[in-house]
Design a protein around this ligand. Structure first.
Ligand SMILES: C[S@@+](CC[C@H](N)C(=O)[O-])C[C@H]1O[C@@H](n2cnc3c(N)ncnc32)[C@H](O)[C@@H]1O
Length: 284
């Protein structure tokens, strides 16, 4: 016989009712991606879930504008993670989800970007499965997508980049990053480096040592899609110095690849007359 989520065996004619009662005792958790910062980039589903939340367990990267959309009577639980400083360790966040699911009906776990891209959303989902708590995952626009489109830089472009890779530049306990550098040093693929502000010098050095051109363009974007967005464009050889001089702050991501040369290019000045198609012009 199939087991109930919390491993209690139900037998006899009351099994369906008993199972329903058991389920009714837990709420549902929504693991929601809040996107890169701009509240207009929330999905309609994320907004609907947020507006019906009783409890919101949220990360530091979720913008104030998005937090303003949460109902005034919702319980707010900050678990903000700052670089090198986890306010609530991941295991603690997992337990908070389980705890609140036993007390409330609609629990929102709100994360920057997408919950399943460097968001540890899957670890939280594993814990919910273990505890038999129903949940749903609502995708969010990733920082890579938000930052690149904000600056009109495509992550792929025919003849320039046939693919894109997202990698983490986060070093655990200050140990140098150990990535597969020879596979990453592929100029046909755009490389998006998350959490790489502290390690960008090592990243550039390793990529160049593994054959990537030192003059390949690199775009660094800080606080993308927010009113505080800033960016710098440099080449792989100098990006660490340029980012440092510009005093870019976290969250920052790096787009490494030929596509970064689109920065400032896909742009039309307001007030530019609309171009007349040649055919129409020929016919007067
Ligand atoms: C823990 S990861 C979260 C990624 C997120 N789940 C996503 O889907 O994009 C945090 C990193 O994402 C990047 N990031 C998040 N929001 C950003 C933003 N608005 N601008 C630039 N980078 C951002 C930074 O590299 C930051 O260190």
């Amino acid at each position: 016989m199939a087991q109930t989520p919390n491993a209690i065996r139900l037998t006899g004619p009351d099994q369906t009712t008993a199972r329903r009662d058991l389920m009714e005792k837990t709420g549902k958790v929504f693991l929601i991606g809040a996107g890169p910062g701009d509240p207009d980039l929330l999905t309609v589903k994320a907004l609907r879930c947020l507006q019906s939340a009783e409890v919101v367990i949220y990360d530091r990267l979720v913008s104030d504008e998005i937090m303003e959309l949460v109902p005034k009577d919702a319980v707010l639980v900050p678990v903000g993670k700052a670089p090198k400083h986890h306010m609530v360790p991941q295991e603690g966040i997992n337990e908070l989800l389980v705890e609140h699911a036993h007390k409330a009906t609609t629990i929102v776990r709100l994360k920057g970007g997408d919950p399943f891209i460097f968001g540890r959303g899957s670890e939280e989902a594993q814990r919910l499965v273990e505890a038999g708590i129903p949940f749903e995952v609502v995708p969010g626009i990733t920082a890579a997508q938000g930052c690149s489109t904000s600056l009109h830089v495509p992550l792929t472009h025919r003849g320039m980049a046939t693919g894109v890779r997202y990698v983490t530049g986060h070093c655990r306990n200050d140990v140098p990053l150990d990535l597969n550098w020879s596979s990453l040093a592929d100029e046909a693929t755009t490389l998006v480096v998350y959490m790489g502000l502290a390690a960008i010098e090592q990243i550039s050095r390793e990529l160049i040592a593994n054959g990537m051109r030192a003059d390949i363009p690199v775009l660094a974007i800080s606080k993308g899609t927010t009113k505080d967005e800033r960016h710098v464009l440099a080449d792989l050889r100098s990006i660490h110095q340029v980012a440092k001089q510009a005093e870019l702050k976290a969250p920052t991501l790096f787009i490494i690849g030929e596509v970064a040369s689109f920065t400032g290019q896909l742009h039309v000045d307001e007030g530019t007359p609309i171009a007349t198609p040649a055919k129409e012009a020929a016919h007067g």
